[in-house]
Write a protein that binds this ligand. Structure first.
Ligand code: PBG
Ligand code: ZN
Length: 340
């Protein structure tokens, strides 16, 4: 005790000591110098739309997430609006699947009907749609297949263009191609413009990794590949220079915003894409597996869910993402709104 006091009060030694802790003394001081904000306006909430009526089917591997039928979306949209959530990302589970994913561009398919329902329920809600074929093909792959089961690139682009146009016609503000096919942004831009949808933006999943963390999503969207995997089009988790190349190609083709996915294990990628392309909005997708890990640990009492989620989402923002797509959006909105 005496010894300690003696040490810390040696004035000559500590005068002028740089003390970062001065800014951490009170909540007000900490808030004054906070560098990163997390705002509900930056969050995008994914929705899974299924056929039928009055369906609210919980997704077992994603506690708190439900598949919803179109009629259930009105109440959902009103809840989101009340929470201050401004944007949703729509995924559809079709009535039937075939080899070429034809329900992906059917005008009365779940996503197309959902767009109309959501637009009517909450006109100002930003409607983003996932544009890919894996939920619509019976083989579960992201495009048309050649006889060897490989995804055909250029043949698939034409279908993606049709999907994007059908989403635009149903009221999408933003289309988000997620298939990682070469040239998808340019092909979709051309298809949209040809049909007079110049105002519809493209949020490209420019950098999407072949991740083990999409498992729960494949339950929710019912789009698991029936054989093989997605490594012929999604990126190798070991690569980051390739990510910058992918992003550059999408910017060249007219992407209006870029997305990196998953988020948490790829914050260096978020940071580098942000630095290389400062002029475009950047989104990061906090994916289903990342969500499931937090929910599972919280359910066991191993994590303080609220603190953990807000910390992780702040980390994604700090790395440089403007927008965060996250299944935690509703909880985060409640927590950020001050009522737990
Ligand atoms: C489909 C798609 C996937 C996700 C978003 N769009 C799955 C996949 O590529 O296998 C994953 C989202 C998540 O895990 O939350 N192209
Ligand atoms: Zn896909």
């Amino acid at each position: 005790m005496t010894e300690l006091t003696g040490l810390s009060s040696t004035l000559g030694e500590h005068a002028g000591l740089k003390r970062p802790r001065r800014w951490r003394r009170t909540p007000a001081l900490r808030e004054l110098v906070r560098e990163t904000t997390l705002d509900v306006a930056d969050l995008v909430y994914p929705l899974f739309v299924v056929p039928g009526t009055a369906v609210r089917r919980p997704v077992p591997s994603m506690p708190g997430v439900e598949q919803l039928s179109v009629d259930a979306l009105r109440a959902e949209a009103e809840e989101l609006a009340a929470l201050g959530i401004r944007a949703v990302l729509l995924f559809g589970v079709p009535e039937s699947k075939d080899a070429v994913g034809s329900e992906s561009y059917a005008p009365n398919a779940p996503v197309q009907r959902a767009l109309e329902a959501l637009r009517a329920a909450v006109p100002e809600l930003v409607l983003v749609t996932d544009v890919c074929l894996c939920e619509y093909t019976d083989h579960g792959h992201c495009g048309l297949l050649d006889p060897d089961g490989q995804v055909l690139n250029d043949e698939t682009l034409e279908v993606l263009g049709r999907v994007a146009v059908s989403h635009a016609e149903a009221g999408a503000d933003v289309v988000a191609p997620s298939g990682m096919l070469d040239g998808m942004v340019g092909a979709i831009r051309a298809a949209l413009d040809a049909e007079g949808h110049e105002q519809v933006a493209i949020l490209s999943y420019a950098v999407k990794y072949a991740s083990a963390l999409y498992g729960p999503f494949r339950d929710a969207a019912e789009g698991a590949p029936a054989f093989g995997d997605r490594r012929s089009h999604q990126m190798d988790p070991a690569n980051v220079r390739e990510a910058l190349r992918e992003a550059a190609l999408d910017v060249e083709q007219g992407a209006d915003a870029l997305l990196v996915k998953p988020a948490l294990g790829y914050l260096d990628v978020v940071q580098q894409v942000r630095e290389r392309f400062p002029e475009l909005p950047l989104a990061a997708y906090n994916v289903s597996g990342e969500y499931a890990m937090v929910k599972a640990a919280a359910a066991r009492g191993w994590l303080d869910e609220r603190a953990a989620v807000l910390e992780l989402l702040t980390g994604v923002r700090r790395a440089g993402a403007d927008l965060v797509v996250t299944y935690h959006a509703k909880d985060a909105a409640r927590w950020l709104g001050g009522s737990a």
